[in-house]
Design a protein. Structure first.
Length: 196
C-alpha cells in the first residue's frame, strides 16, 4: 500500500467516524427534547398530585380534631368508617404522588445522562467539515473527475445512517415508554393491594 492509499484510508475512516458521531448527536438531540417533554409532563402531574395529597391529609386531620364535622360523624356512629375512608384516600394519593415523583427523578437522571453523551459528540459536525475539505482536496489532487460521484455517495450514506439511527431511536423510545407503563402498573397494583 502506497502513501496515497494510506492517506485515503485514514481520511475515509475518520469521515465515517464523524458521520456516525453526527448521526448519534442528532439522535441524542431528539431524545433530549422528548425526555424534556416527559420531565415537564411528570413535573406538572406531580404538582397536581401533591395538591390532592395535601387535601386528603387535611381531611384526615379534620376528622381527628374536635369540630362540628367530627361531632356529627360521632353522633351518626360512622366516624370510624369515615376516618378509614379518608385515610385510604390519603394513602392512595400518597402512593400515586410517590410513584410520579420517582418517575420524575428517573426522567431527570436520564436527561442528564443524555446531555452528557450529547456533549461528548459536540464537535462532530465541525470535525466532519474539516475532514471533508481534506478529503475533497485529496480527491481533487489525485482524482479530479470523481468528486461529484463521491459527494452523491456520501449524501446517500449519511441518509441511510440517519434512517438506521431513527429506527433504533424508535425502539429505545418504545422501551422507555414501556418502563413508565410498568411503573404505573406497579403503583396501581400497590394501591389496589392497600385498598384490599
Amino acid at each position: 500500500m502506497n502513501y496515497q492509499d494510506e492517506q485515503r484510508k485514514e481520511l475515509n475512516d475518520k469521515l465515517y467516524e464523524c458521520i456516525e458521531n453526527i448521526s448519534e448527536a442528532n439522535r441524542y438531540e431528539k431524545l433530549i427534547n422528548s425526555t424534556r417533554q416527559d420531565c415537564s409532563r411528570l413535573e406538572k402531574q406531580w404538582q397536581e398530585l401533591k395538591k390532592i395529597l395535601e387535601k386528603e391529609e387535611r381531611d384526615v386531620e379534620k376528622l381527628g380534631k374536635m369540630n362540628f364535622t367530627n361531632f356529627l360523624h360521632t353522633i351518626l356512629n360512622d366516624k370510624a368508617e369515615k376516618l378509614d375512608k379518608e385515610k385510604h384516600e390519603a394513602l392512595t394519593a400518597k402512593l400515586k404522588c410517590d410513584s410520579v415523583f420517582s418517575q420524575l427523578q428517573e426522567c431527570k437522571i436520564t436527561l442528564n445522562k443524555l446531555m452528557e453523551k450529547y456533549n461528548l459528540l459536540g464537535h462532530a459536525k465541525e470535525d466532519y467539515e474539516v475532514l471533508l475539505k481534506k478529503k475533497r482536496n485529496f480527491i481533487l489532487a489525485y482524482m479530479p473527475n470523481k468528486w461529484n460521484d463521491i459527494e452523491e455517495l456520501i449524501e446517500k450514506d449519511k441518509m441511510i445512517s440517519s434512517q438506521l439511527k431513527e429506527i433504533n431511536e424508535a425502539i429505545n423510545a418504545g422501551n422507555h415508554t414501556l418502563t413508565y407503563i410498568n411503573h404505573a402498573m406497579d403503583a396501581l397494583q400497590s394501591a389496589e393491594n392497600w385498598g384490599t
